[in-house]
Design a binder for this molecule. Structure first.
Ligand code: ADP
Length: 393
């Protein structure tokens, strides 16, 4: 299948798209339809010459936005559509060709991702209307982590909560962890051994990967578990919810809102969820930002150390995501907190590896576990899985 794949990520009021050729070097047409359903709805993107455009789409719904996107594909006809789907529950261990039964299954697990899965389904329905006859594939954020063993995915809760309600750890960012660990296996002489991955963007998660299979990961039932993120708290004492309810009278919705939207870097710094700004403020002496940076890095190091228990041997750590790819400060702090792992990072290489550069940060001749920066390519991975799924059906 040589024709391009259209990768779609549908939110409740947005559609992110990328048209991806089978040749990874070919330029991508990509953009974002946002504020759908409102007067300010618009489509932003880049054409193949790299020029930006913004097109107003007042009151457009998902289907109208897709028609506008179709017109921006410069007559390149996609062979298939790959949809990013946040939650596949335990049903999907790999990408699935969308049919009525796949749609019904995604619907049946909507309770596990109430903000995301219904929006993805609306996107699938609109895409089927605008592109009838094109094969459509669902690629799940959770699928890569379905190889976790029970010791990693079970919570220590009564068994019925798992058997009857599927309450367990699922993990997310699967396409990113899968892509960067596979890429490290290709780039490093060590191949597909034991890799720890740190995807650090607005959402953050770590993963332990052995021989291309996820063994453990920091996110759980929802993407709130684990690391400190832009506005998400990550791990807190599970007793916190009851405490806040009893002592402050907060409702479950209020608690959920605080933990998801007002915590993390934003909560600790009191200023911002944006790591660039946190770093600038920390360097100029702002105490909250300094604390935010300290807690953020410490929690990543602690998570990597914990996840190393899932690997028989450690070949290296991989940083990715907006922060992992661009912040020498975060990488330096995290590696400094793991002196017993035997990393030997070259600070000059660390400083020089930003803005989409891929590379190993070690001093030459170092034989211990490696430190890599690998820019993630979730859309490329979704396109690759979509192709594979269509070709094997
Ligand atoms: P998303 O998870 O939404 O895809 P990204 O992967 O783009 O987000 O990551 C966004 C984060 O990356 C923000 O916190 C942003 O401040 C951070 N970031 C981007 N560039 C830099 C940089 N040069 N230094 C530090 N942090 C950066």
């Amino acid at each position: 299948m040589n024709a391009p794949v259209l990768v779609i990520n549908c939110g409740s009021s947005s559609i992110k798209y990328a048209l991806i050729d089978s040749d990874p070097q070919a330029p991508r047409l990509a953009g974002l339809a946002e504020r759908l359903g409102s007067r300010d709805a618009r489509l932003k993107g880049k054409n193949s010459a790299g020029e930006s455009f913004t097109q107003p789409l007042p009151n457009a719904d998902h289907a109208e936005a897709l028609i506008a996107i179709l017109k921006r594909l410069e007559n390149r006809v996609p062979a298939a559509i790959g949809h990013r789907i946040v939650h596949g529950g335990e049903h999907f261990t790999q990408a699935a060709l969308i049919d009525d039964s796949v749609i019904a299954t995604i619907e049946s697990i909507a309770a596990l991702a109430p903000l995301h899965n219904p929006a993805h389904l609306a996107g699938i329905a609109a895409t089927q209307k605008v592109f009838p006859g094109l094969p459509q594939v669902a690629v799940f954020d959770t699928a890569f982590h379905q190889t976790l063993p029970p010791r990693a995915y079970r919570y220590a809760l009564p068994e019925a909560l798992y058997t009857e309600h599927r309450i367990r750890r699922y993990g997310f960012h699967g396409t990113s962890h899968a892509y960067v660990s596979k890429r490290a296996g290709e780039l490093s002489q060590r191949g597909n051994g034991g890799w720890l991955t740190a995807h650090l963007g607005n959402g953050c998660s770590t993963s332990a990967i052995w021989n291309n299979q996820s063994q453990d990961t920091s996110m759980g039932l929802t993407p709130l578990e684990g690391l400190v993120m832009g506005t998400r708290s990550g791990d807190v004492d599970p007793g916190l919810h009851a405490h806040l309810h009893r002592q402050l009278g907060w409702s479950l919705d209020e608690i959920d809102d605080v933990l998801n939207k007002q915590s993390g870097l934003l909560g600790l710094s009191g200023l911002t969820n944006d790591m660039r700004e946190v770093e600038e403020q920390a360097l100029s002496g702002h105490k909250g930002s300094k604390l935010a940076l300290d807690v953020f890095c410490y929690r990543i190091a602690k998570s990597l150390a914990a996840l190393s228990c899932a690997l028989p041997t450690l070949d290296g750590v991989i940083f990715t995501g907006g922060i992992g790819e661009n912040s020498p400060i975060v990488r330096r702090e995290v590696i400094a907190l793991l002196p017993h792992f035997g990393f030997n990072m070259d600070e000059a290489a660390n400083e020089a590896t930003i803005r989409g550069k891929e590379g190993k940060l070690d001093h030459t001749g170092h034989s211990g576990p490696e430190v890599w920066v690998i820019p993630t390519d979730e859309e490329g991975r979704i396109a690759m899985e979509t192709r594979h799924c269509v070709e094997t059906h």
